[in-house]
Design a protein around this ligand. Structure first.
Ligand code: ZN
Length: 344
């Protein structure tokens, strides 16, 4: 990335009113059949346009063609039964009705590659594509076949690698794996979670990122955060091993969080997508507030490795709020960019 402090969003953006119910996760589609496919493409174009107008440097599809960042990917795989659902507790936090693994998992055809090609055809800006991480995938399922979290995660990693290679060939610049589960299952992350992630990026030449946050701004997550005490030190358990991993970029929640910012020192040398926008509030950050978070991060992240970002996806927010937040991110990054270039 040639531009200093290139901005991006962590992932999802709100969907248009005509496509899905606003401010709702797993919202059912309002369209069907061919009309739905056209609608998703139009929504992608709109999301791209809005990111461009807000001044975002690394753009994405805003996850407009997915109902959910994990389940939509899983729905496309064989070996998973979506009719026999079970209730599991996701990340030890909230119950959700999820599909069941009933046989060997495999990817019979590409999942997002056509969408990525379409996004590539619409912009010359760098593009980032998000996939669920292996550990977060197994945490959003009931496994009635492998009976081993590690084994199933490894199978998913191999599938993700196939998809990632095709996304790279489609012209994606950064492939991001969403691993909020990394913030919960520390022993597993260190024992096999990071190894699975490295299996998922094996042989890729494009840049790779892992997004590790404290979740969408939904009630189950904000309630959980209240139990975490005055200092959130979850990252401390996994950063040393991540620092040594082959992943290029680490995407983190920082703004308005109780993560001690000095923990970033533990991943020094990596590129860091610093969350400078809170996705759990409708209050729009001022550019100065965004800049303050970025300046703090600059003590631990070299300027050429700092990527201003949002704390998490913004799908559950209202459309207007999300757009204003993207604009604030751009304006805050610009303030710091000017300071950095005038100092040199
Ligand atoms: Zn997130």
């Amino acid at each position: 990335m040639k531009k200093l402090l290139p901005t991006s969003s962590a992932g999802s953006l709100p969907k248009p009113l005509w496509l899905a119910e606003p401010e709702t996760l797993w919202s059912p589609w309002k369209l069907e059949g061919d009309t739905l496919e056209r609608g998703k493409r139009d929504a992608l174009k709109l999301a791209l346009h809005e990111q461009t107008m807000a001044g975002i440097d690394i753009v994405s599809d805003g996850e407009q063609s997915r109902q959910h960042f994990v389940t939509t990917f899983i729905e496309h795989l064989s070996g998973v039964d979506f009719k026999h659902r079970k209730t599991v507790t996701i990340r030890n936090r909230y119950d959700a009705s999820v599909p069941t693994v009933i046989g060997p998992v495999s990817r019979s055809k590409p999942v997002f590659v056509a969408d990525a090609k379409f996004l590539r055809s619409q912009t010359s800006k760098p593009i980032k594509w998000a996939l669920p991480g292996p550990m977060t995938m197994i945490d959003t399922l009931f496994d009635d076949y492998y009976h081993s979290r590690e084994k199933l995660a490894w199978e998913f990693a191999k599938i993700l690698n196939l998809e990632a290679k095709e996304l790279e060939a489609a012209g994606v610049d950064i492939i991001q794996f969403d691993e909020p589960a990394f913030n919960v299952f520390f022993d597993e992350v260190n024992n096999w979670g990071i190894a699975c992630l490295e299996r998922a990026i094996e042989g890729l030449k494009c840049e790779t990122a892992v997004h590790i946050c404290y979740g969408y701004g939904i009630k189950a997550n904000t309630d959980w955060k209240k139990t975490l005490g005055s200092e959130w030190r979850q990252y401390e358990a996994i950063f040393p091993k991540l620092q040594k991993s082959k992943i290029d970029i680490i995407s983190l929640e920082c703004h308005n969080s109780r993560v001690p910012i000095e923990l970033l020192e533990l991943v020094r040398g990596k590129k860091v997508m610093v969350g400078a926008i809170d996705v759990a509030t409708n209050t729009i950050e001022t550019p100065e507030e965004v800049a303050a978070t970025l300046r703090q991060a600059l003590h631990y992240v070299d300027a050429d490795k700092l990527y201003p970002c949002t704390n998490c996806g913004m799908a559950p927010l209202s459309h207007d709020v999300a757009i204003q937040k993207l604009k604030a991110l751009h304006a805050g990054a610009e303030l710091v960019r000017q300071e950095l270039t005038s100092n040199h």
